[in-house]
Design a protein around this ligand. Structure first.
Ligand SMILES: Cc1ncc(COP(=O)(O)O)c(C=O)c1O
Length: 445
């Protein structure tokens, strides 16, 4: 242990090399095996050489998977049970009932042993037929990817183009749907929060645009990065199909995904030609418990999900959503200060279109976000998200989603600011302080 500590503080040093900089006390070298180490307890240096401060619990601020609470991990740490076990059957019922409350729907909810891509496929397969046209409302990577999946399923994919810096414009949706006078478009696909761009789309406004156009396409919404982080009202907003996943706001490891179906979706399901045995909603309504999963239930994932849903209901969904808003606003107040030097910039231009789950920050060409990510991880134990898709190598992503609180986010901001300093990336100083002030003023005693 002592050897490990020594190695991490000073590393193996050449006895003739200058160690660190500006040593204010003499460095006492000690021999360990054939290597030479210096004794950390005797030195005080400013600008430590090859130093890390990462030991301790690693902190994850990527936009999924997110930090899994200990309660969830503990709930999963148990033996497998019979697939008809009473507690397991109750767990399914509990999870479905709670998921309905979180989707805010009286419709049906299906649980798949799959990631978010699985839920996308399951949603399309249950309500559409080969050759049906779907309209993708682009605003980042994920609507685009859902569209690619639809294309491989022999759907006719139409896209409403949009750059990655703005939310979907409902007026354009209305115009596009008005142009479809023959009602060829059977479904409109949109992502509420796109984790690549950091945008939040206005789902009620998109629904109103569809109604204003007098179009009867189904509205299908990806809530994978928004459920239990931002308001979502499936029934009140007129959403027909919602999809989500376990690994973001729902604080459960990746591996489960969910599809909620409203009345119009259930009606479309009756005649859908893309139905397959695994995804099929009707088959999943069988009497026997394993039928709900088309086979062996993902038992441990369900036990974990139950614990996560317990945590969410203990806190209360409104408070969960408010916590996300406060922490997101704290992050944004720090980022706004860092942006003052012109090197960093919010990806989403309009403040009201910035998601409360993740903030995407552009980094100018002269600086490397991957170097900052590496510094934060290797030196400080903070795993920071970086740009993906079109923003690969051009952005940072700071997630503030799921099992997060003030010390986690303020710690993350402090580390990012530390990295900006260490790497000499120009930024306005005092961003983390601004976040502290924001929370101090808005989280009342
Ligand atoms: C908004 C959104 N939709 C869909 C997905 C895809 O989910 P998965 O990677 O679990 O398949 C992601 C993943 O990050 C996402 O952020």
């Amino acid at each position: 242990m002592q050897q490990e500590q020594l190695a991490h503080v000073g590393g193996v040093v050449d006895p003739w090399e200058t160690v660190g900089s500006e040593c204010t006390q003499s460095v006492k070298h000690v021999a360990v095996g054939s290597a030479l180490y210096f004794n950390a307890s005797l030195i005080t240096v400013s600008g430590e050489f090859n130093m890390t401060v990462r030991h301790g619990r690693e902190s994850l601020v990527i936009p999924g998977p997110t930090t899994v609470p200990d309660e969830v991990l503990r709930a999963m740490h148990r033996p497998a049970v019979d697939i008809f076990d009473e507690d397991l059957v109750e767990t399914t019922d509990f999870c479905i009932a709670h998921l309905k409350q979180i989707f805010r729907t009286a419709g049906d909810v299906y649980i798949y042993a799959a990631n978010g891509h699985g839920a996308w496929e399951g949603a399309l397969a249950n309500v559409l037929s080969p050759g049906d046209a779907v309209l993708i409302l682009n605003s980042g990577r994920f609507a685009e990817a859902w569209g690619k999946m639809a294309d491989m399923m022999n759907l006719d994919v139409l896209t409403l183009p949009q750059d990655w810096r703005h939310a979907v414009d409902p007026a354009q949706v209305e115009e596009r749907l008005r142009a479809d006078s023959a009602n060829q478009i059977k479904a409109v696909l949109v992502v509420q929060v796109d984790t690549a761009s950091g945008v939040v789309n206005d789902i009620p406004a998109i629904r109103s645009a569809m109604s204003a156009a007098g179009h009867d396409a189904l509205l299908m919404v990806d809530t994978i990065a928004s459920l239990a982080t931002m308001p979502f009202e499936m029934d009140a907003w007129g959403v027909d199909v919602s999809v989500s996943g376990s690994q973001k706001g729902l604080m459960t490891p990746p591996g489960l995904s969910f599809v909620a179906a409203g009345e119009r979706a259930v009606a479309a399901h009756e005649t859908a030609g893309l139905r397959t045995r695994y995804w099929d909603w009707t088959s999943r309504q069988g009497e026997l418990h394993p039928e709900k999963y088309c086979g062996t239930p993902p038992e441990h994932m369900l036990f974990g999900l139950r614990a996560a849903l317990d945590l969410l209901s203990e806190e209360g969904l409104d408070k969960v959503i408010t916590r996300h808003r406060l922490l997101a606003e704290a992050v944004r107040s720090a980022v706004a200060v860092w942006c003052e030097e012109g090197v960093l910039e919010f990806n989403i231009i309009e403040p009201c279109d910035r998601a409360n789950s993740v903030t995407t920050v552009l980094v100018d060409k002269a600086h490397d976000p991957l170097a900052l990510r590496q510094y934060c991880k290797e030196h400080c134990g903070l795993v920071l998200g970086v740009g993906i898709g079109d923003l690969r190598g051009k952005a940072l992503r700071i997630a503030h989603m799921g099992h997060v609180n003030a010390p986690m986010m303020l710690g993350a901001l402090g580390v990012i600011e530390m990295g900006l300093i260490a790497l000499g990336i120009p930024h306005g100083s005092g961003g983390a302080q601004k976040a502290i002030e924001y929370l101090g003023k808005n989280v009342k005693a």
